[in-house]
Design a protein around this ligand. Sequence first.
Ligand code: DOR
Ligand code: ZN
Length: 427
Amino acid sequence: MELTIEGKIYHNGSFEQGCLAIEQGKIVAIKKTLKADSHLNVGTNLILPAGIDLHVHFRDPGFTHKEDFSTGSAAAAFGGISCVFDMPNTQPQTISTQTLMEKAHLASQKSYVDFGLYAAVTDENIGRLAELSTLCAGFKIFLGSSTHSLRLSPQNLRDALVETNRTKKITLLHAEDEHCLKAHEGREQTLVDHLRCRSAECEETALRAILQNAHGLSSPIHICHISSCEGFEMLRKRPRNISVGVTPHHLFFDVHSLNTKQAFYKVNPPIRSSFDRDTLWYGVNNKLIDLFESDHAPHTEKEKTVDFDSAPSGVPGVETLYPLLLASMKKGQITLVTLLALLCEKPSQLLHLPKGKIEVGRDADFVVVDMKKIETITADHLHSKCGWTPFEGFPAIFPTMVLIRGESIIEDHQLLVKQGFGKCVGV
Ligand code: DOR
Ligand code: ZN
């Protein structure tokens, strides 16, 4: 045994004061007592699986003034996320073998956490998805225009899904219908205008198209960031291979409680009403929503403070995802079982990762948490290059320690590993 860790371990659905043994980055034993030469005792602090975020925009290459793989992955690490999956709306867009290889190369040199990459499906590359699938963890389809996004035409959706289905890899979808967005387009000066231009009807229309076109397919299909009550209702009875995710910004905000003139909260799909928000919490707590995803989409303060209509959509969130949810758990808004199922287990299962649970044979990816240590989120203490957070002032519980593959990467607010520690997964 190389290392043993002692603490209050979450294992098989409950806590036990005990020890974990780690060898070559894997959990090799979980017992009441174990001792290696290198033994770490975290007392009565909790040892939980690290989180997995299957939806981040780390902006690298091309928009590295907003974020890059090093700052984005540092933010993930401090927030207890051991593995991230990066979206293809970078510059160049990740749509070919060359752009996938280039991104994999730069991420391997810069990332502090494990990572996977998505390729976008466009009208042009549908015939080459089998080839791309050897280099990516999955595929992303944008049905509606969003920030720097690459849209797929609705008439190509069936062909695209049939092709991605063949690769057996996951396909993630941004469900806003372009035709509907265009029909409601107009000048936006507030978040309420933004909401009117991107109504729930646009989400519903896109979801209807996905459900119709996914008929008879069996590979995983993931609906990103469900945001409306109508969309949620539509997905209640869905085929088993279709999963649904929700973001913290759709769970913690409603449009009427925000300063609607500010573009900081402009995001696609938009933040909707308190009724939509409460419906999403209901979905989380009743096994109707499968997972949490941050949709970490950093833009600089300067970019967000121009005229509302011209400001880009998107909010950062990878570092605050797990800490916000731990604070919600402390308040009784969610159980630990649900939190871990949605933040660790389900993403791990969808992406076939040896992570997401504290179990013999899996990667030793943990967070150590002191549930008494409630902090207040402030952008000054966060690590994204964008320098602001929509969750300023929110209570949060940050991990005191983070381990990936048995290596301690965060301790006492310090990063202990070098850039490039993170490994590419999912290929
Ligand atoms: O608000 C959003 N921002 N939605 C998206 O789909 C893309 C994202 C971004 O990349 O900024
Ligand atoms: Zn996104």
